[in-house]
Ligand binder design. Structure first.
Ligand SMILES: Cc1ncc(COP(=O)(O)O)c(C=O)c1O
Length: 466
């Protein structure tokens, strides 16, 4: 059914029912009862309950990579559910999961040829970290369990994936502390120390990683986990050469490198996985989710190197078992969706489109730099972010904090664009089928939304932009 054919909905009744839903990041002190209800989607657009068409700036949550309403993916899911809706991944291989694993191994870099399927980014991160623990136990080094992550990282919401996430506000009301997890600086060039150029900043960060490994003890540090671009932390693009240098440090100290490509994978940066073609690294493990099924159904994958798998296998006496799995690991309907999603990518040249239009999105976002509230504009490929500040000179946050992004989003929605507000930031990650015209519309509306927000803030005496 096309979004334009959707029947009327009783919005008030729906909102009342929705009070029973506990949303992610729910505030029980200030429940948000004004979330926009969406009911349809086609290509780069979604339709709200009143029938308004909105350009999907965040692409769902950086996951609707193939775009909304893809009949090929829907059909593949329906066909698979009709043929075999479920079978235990413990006992029975299925054609979709076997075919998908082979296809992921083919597009992953280097010798990353072994795929463990999970249900979402968090469970995949958890599984990847548990695999590292397993690996070091099997190798007889049970001490080598410590994990190094970065401030501003986001890796998920299970206990372990939250424990390795480094967004300080998310730790205010939940316990995520683990003695085996250590954090190093966020590689955010916009917030680098005063007077330091980006090359020196990069060296400083890499030295910090090595110093942290030495401080904890190289015999104790098992793994470094890093998003190539820190996504939910605010689209933080590390300085050039950062990842390759970090991988060098990890290799020197026999530390496993996990590249969390939950967001950067599946075309966001123009490639199946960005680690090798964009950041010049072949990690030991890649974590993939979101765009893997373009958000049509949950699925994630942990792609592990031959080197690691060979090290934990082959000893029939030992009988080591990686006791980690989910009822829905490699669910056949999810894997069928992922295969159809990859077919859409190939038949429509979505990776090529992302490679061509990624730089155009960045160029267009940069045209907003004249707006005094905009402190930093950053991103790469089809992921971008504007950070709002009190003044471009001071880089200090506005007193409004959380509300700035949501105020811009509200204005933009009225003008036909969904934004992902992240505290004082606005994030953009449109579907990979986005067009040049849609990027122009996105930029135009974003400008107007920001101008209106600035006018409101001045009128309310909250800020002054000269
Ligand atoms: C880089 C990264 N890793 C892991 C996750 C967790 O994924 P999920 O929400 O599917 O559990 C996210 C979610 O946004 C993410 O951005």
């Amino acid at each position: 059914m096309k979004p334009s054919q959707l029947g009327a909905v009783d919005l008030a009744a729906l909102r009342k029912m929705d009070t029973h839903v506990v949303h992610p990041w729910e505030s029980f002190d200030k429940p948000n009862s004004s979330r926009t209800v969406l009911r349809g989607g086609e290509g780069s657009y979604v339709t709200d309950a009143q029938g308004n068409r909105l350009l999907d700036g965040p692409g769902g949550m950086w996951c609707v990579n193939a775009g909304h309403g893809r009949r090929e993916i829907v059909k593949a899911m329906a066909d698979q559910a009709g043929q075999l809706s479920y079978t235990s991944p413990w006992s029975h291989p299925t054609e979709p999961s076997a075919r998908l694993a082979e296809r992921l191994a083919a597009v992953a870099p280097g010798d990353l040829n072994h795929v463990f399927f999970a249900t979402g980014g968090s469970t995949a991160v958890d599984s990847a970290l548990r695999f590292v623990m397993f690996y070091n136990n099997v190798l007889g080094r049970p001490e080598k369990k410590h994990i190094i992550s970065r401030y501003d990282a986001y890796h998920g919401s299970t206990y372990l994936s939250a424990a390795v996430s480094g967004k300080s506000r998310d730790k205010n009301w939940l316990d995520t502390q683990l003695d085996t997890v250590h954090f190093i600086s966020s590689p955010n060039p916009y917030r680098r120390p005063e007077g330091m150029d980006t090359d020196s900043f990069c060296r400083h960060l890499v030295d910090e990683l090595e110093a942290k490994i030495l401080e904890v003890g190289a015999d104790k540090v098992g793994v470094f986990i890093a998003e190539p671009i820190l996504a939910s932390g605010g689209v933080i693009v590390p300085p050039k050469g950062y990842h390759a240098a970090c991988l060098g440090v990890c290799r020197r100290h026999d530390v496993i490198y996990i590249s969390d490509e939950v967001v950067t994978g599946f075309g966001r940066l123009g490639h199946w996985y960005a680690s090798e073609p964009v950041f010049d690294i072949t990690p030991d493990i890649i974590v993939s989710a979101k765009g893997l099924t373009s958000g049509y159904i949950p699925l994630s994958a942990v792609i592990i190197s031959d080197r690691l798998i060979q090290a934990v296998g082959g000893d029939s006496e030992r009988g080591a078992v990686f006791s980690n799995g989910f009822t829905y690991s490699g669910h056949p309907v999810s894997c069928a969706a992922a295969l159809a999603n990859m077919d859409v990518f190939e038949s429509e040249g979505l990776l090529e489109n992302a490679r061509e239009l990624g730089p155009y999105l960045q160029e267009q976002l940069q045209t907003l730099s004249d707006l005094p509230i905009v402190g930093d504009i950053r991103g790469q490929g089809l992921m971008g972010c504007l950070e709002c500040v009190a003044s471009q000179e001071s880089r200090q946050p506005l007193t409004l904090d959380y509300e700035v992004g949501s105020r811009i989003d509200a204005h933009c929605q009225a003008l036909g664009l969904l934004v992902r507000p992240l505290i004082n930031m606005c994030v953009m990650s449109p579907p990979l089928c986005v067009t040049r015209q849609q990027i122009d519309d996105l930029t135009r509306i974003l400008r107007e939304g920001i101008v209106r927000t600035m006018a409101d803030l001045e009128k309310e005496g909250i800020a002054s932009f000269g």
